[in-house]
Design a protein around this ligand. Sequence first.
Ligand code: ADP
Ligand code: ADP
Length: 226
Amino acid sequence: VGSISISGVSKHFVNPTGERITALDNVSLDIPAGSFVSLIGPSGCGKSTLLRLISGLIPMDDGSLMLDGTPIKAPGADRGFMFQEHTLFPWLSIYDNIAFGLRARGIYKQEKDHVDEFIEMVGLKGFEHSYPHQLSGGMCQRASLARALVGKPKVLLLDEPLGALDAFTRMNMQDEILRIWKETGMTAIMVTHDVDEAVYLSDKVVVMTPRPGRITGTLDIKLARP
Ligand code: ADP
Ligand code: ADP
């Protein structure tokens, strides 16, 4: 589960000066269940827009967007989202921030087991009672990842998840994301500016160009990854 079918999708915006921008122009892409797809391309080519459409955070203008054969209309528990800047609540502990992801989805049963499982998975054991400002940027991103994962989504959506981290932390977290992706079997879709990162993590690299936003190529990768 977790296959996504994008067919003839277009999205327009009107910017404050009244200019109409075609953020996505007739974009089609099939993402098999369990794959890891990276979206790369220059700023403004529509990467984030495509990810937000899949998340259901914004509506498309044209085309069809399906998750396991069902049209995507709104955000749902089957998709977890992680952004470049962590979106943890400063007034909640790491435990409560991660539990929030469950409570927001109306899942209360065995909350502690679920939260503990994902705190362990991202390597934050012992930091349950810490607050975001007490942790490094990398640790906050780990907590954001745990929050995105705790509802056991079919699809993990990553918008430049490691873009704000130093090179060393970024490499460690790349391997961590790879391990978690394999362990859970979920589909992952990541926007990144880093071509090395895209090639290192994904099965498929999708290249986009701006004005209008289009897919101009895909690269399939079969690597013996660690
Ligand atoms: P990328 O993630 O590849 O940098 P985006 O998807 O953020 O590109 O943006 C694609 C185009 O759509 C850009 O020209 C951007 O300025 C425009 N755009 C994105 N979101 C909005 C918005 N909410 N309002 C107006 N224009 C937008
Ligand atoms: P080794 O020391 O075994 O030769 P490398 O020097 O290639 O391995 O990589 C060391 C670590 O750097 C890896 O465990 C991985 O975390 C990270 N790494 C290697 N290649 C890449 C890459 N293309 N992109 C991001 N991180 C990488």
